[in-house]
Design a protein around this ligand. Structure first.
Ligand SMILES: Nc1ncnc2c1ncn2[C@@H]1O[C@H](COP(=O)(O)OP(=O)(O)OP(=O)(O)O)[C@@H](O)[C@H]1O
Length: 256
């Protein structure tokens, strides 16, 4: 990207420090993280538990203030009205009111955004269809599987047609079929020209769907670059097996 151009996502020396417990120790969740993502690309933020992935995503969503550095969305400070209007966010775990139906939940979410009722209804039907929840839209969320709840969470994240979609562990806890469904939806978001940042601790999934990867470890950036650049730096070992059924291949991919 030419210099001076606006990045979709820009972290510049971002750091977040938490104080754990009453007068407790200081936790440096993320330190001096700098990253830039052009519009229309998919970034996988990878790392083990506790490496700072969720903290970074929350800062981009404007849900927490940086302790150091800055987070910008299309040049606007994360958390500003201008930045918020351009992002959709799927938290790591969504707390649904499970007595609501999927459609009622999305109507509630639309009410929290700037969508008018007239704008909201066709959008709700469109995201229900997109996530394959059209037939279940009138059922209580209590009856939804984990995969269906995750797709409903994705539906609320894109309801207002944001340019940037932030997804925290969107495939966590899903079976191979559920994971593939979510990966397919992320691909479709990218095909629509949206910028996507998602966190995962599974490299295999990120490799399939991302343009760029950033690896975090203990709150620090270990490596970042295009998938080709980064995966070329890891050692790979070929494994020969007899023909495996699709389900076992998917399980193997999920382990890597
Ligand atoms: N509200 C908080 N108060 C204190 N410490 C926190 C808080 N939130 C996160 N942390 C700590 O900050 C560090 C980074 O946490 P974060 O949730 O960002 O990591 P993560 O990579 O998303 O992990 P996971 O995959 O388990 O969600 C961890 O040590 C975590 O315990």
């Amino acid at each position: 990207m030419r210099s001076g151009a606006t990045w979709a996502v820009e972290l510049d020396g971002f750091g977040k420090t938490y104080r754990a417990g009453w007068g407790g120790r200081t936790v440096h969740a993320v330190e001096t993280l700098s990253l830039r993502l052009p519009a229309g690309q998919v970034l996988g933020l990878l790392g083990p538990n506790g490496s700072g992935k969720s903290t970074t995503l929350k800062a981009l969503a404007g849900l927490l203030q940086p302790s150091a550095g800055s987070c910008r969305i299309f040049g606007e400070p994360a958390g500003s009205d201008a930045a918020r209007a351009r992002i959709g966010y799927l938290p790591e775990s969504v707390r649904f009111a499970t007595h609501q139906t999927g459609r009622e939940f999305l109507r509630y979410c639309a009410g929290l955004s700037s969508l008018t009722d007239v704008q909201a209804e066709p959008r709700i039907e469109a995201v229900l269809a997109w996530t394959g929840l059209g037939d279940a839209a009138g059922r209580r969320i209590a009856s939804y599987s984990k995969g269906m709840r995750q797709r409903l969470g994705l539906a609320q994240a894109v309801l207002h047609e944001p340019q940037i979609v932030l997804l925290d562990e969107p495939t966590s806890g899903l079976d191979p079929e559920g994971r593939l469904a979510v990966v397919r939806l992320i691909r479709e978001l990218a095909a629509q020209g949206r910028t996507v940042v998602f966190t995962s601790h599974l490299l295999a999934q990120a490799e399939d769907v991302c343009d760029r990867l950033a690896m975090l470890g203990k709150g620090r950036l270990l490596a970042s670059g295009t998938v080709g650049e980064l995966l070329g730096t890891f050692e790979r070992a070929p494994v020969a097996t007899s023909r495996l059924e699709k389900i076992y291949l998917e399980r193997l991919h999920a382990l890597s």
